[in-house]
Design a protein around this ligand. Structure first.
Ligand code: MG
Ligand code: MG
Length: 274
């Protein structure tokens, strides 16, 4: 059952989403060769707690850390470790935080130093597909419309859409109804309702859509060991339109990137430095 949120609840969810956004922004300048993912995990946990929130993933389904850190061929759910990141790697960082009883949950795939053009393309197309999907999250549409749009957009570039892992409703629980697959058929699935909040999160592989899992019971990898990218935003349906609760603003600020990609999904101007 989809649980719609009141405007007040959505503002609380925006607060949680912005803590995650700031955490990823803080990490952006720490992603570099020689740094371990476990070090970033510690930084993130401290940062989240300093902002009056709890890490969303730590202990959830017994996950051992605050961040899911998935380098290169890892799709999602990678466990932070002491291995240093290397020049040319990519690292998908998925972060959750809970404050005022509500979760924020979003993700960004970072380049570690210079990466090859093909992988750069994978990151760009996956991020673009996130917005292509968000654009379909509107009154009158259904779950399948978002998945269809993401699948069309990424497959035309020859990339593989992971089937087994999907986006989800978000709220007082990290995973609420509905499931939001990144593939689907137009006009199919549950109908979107005013006030609902979802995490839309394309997980896109350079090659095959097929995956495998490590013996650790968590880490998901591409079946062909080619790279995979993951971008995730938290989005509310307000007055029939998608409204972004999370932002990549802090990441772009840290990396010196100028982008207006989020502008069409904001009804109001957010002062990111309040
Ligand atoms: Mg996530
Ligand atoms: Mg999620």
């Amino acid at each position: 059952m989809i649980i719609p949120k009141t405007r007040e609840e959505i503002e609380l969810m925006r607060e949680s989403a912005l803590i995650v956004s700031k955490t990823l922004g803080m990490l952006a300048s720490e992603v570099k060769p020689g740094v371990s993912t476990l070090h970033l995990d510690k930084l993130a946990e401290e940062f989240i707690r300093d902002h009056g929130a709890e890490p969303g993933f730590l202990g959830m389904y017994d996950f051992p850390n605050s961040l899911c850190m998935s380098p290169n061929a890892q799709v999602v759910h990678g466990i932070p470790n002491e291995n240093p990141m290397e020049e040319g790697d990519i690292i998908s960082i998925d972060c959750g935080a809970k404050k005022n009883g509500f979760y924020g949950d979003h993700a960004y795939t970072f380049a570690v130093g210079e990466i090859d053009p093909e992988t750069k393309k994978l990151l760009q197309v996956t991020k673009e597909s996130l917005y292509v999907g968000i654009r379909e999250f509107k009154a009158g549409n259904r779950v399948g419309d978002v998945g269809f749009a993401i699948q069309q957009y990424t497959e035309k570039h020859g990339f593989g859409v992971v089937r087994e892992l999907v986006g989800h409703g978000l709220g007082a629980k990290m995973h609420e109804d509905p499931e939001m697959p990144n593939y689907g058929r137009r006009g199919r699935g549950k109908k979107f309702i005013e006030g609902m909040v979802v995490a839309i999160e394309p997980m896109i592989n350079a090659g095959t859509h097929k995956i495998k899992q490590l013996k650790d019971g968590w880490t998901i990898l591409t079946a062909d060991n080619r790279p995979s990218a993951h971008f995730e935003h938290d989005v509310a349906l307000i007055e029939g339109k998608p409204e972004l609760l999370s932002t990549f603003h802090y990441i772009y600020e840290a990396l010196g990137i100028t982008s207006d990609e989020e502008a069409e999904f904001r009804a109001q101007t957010i002062n990111f430095h309040d």
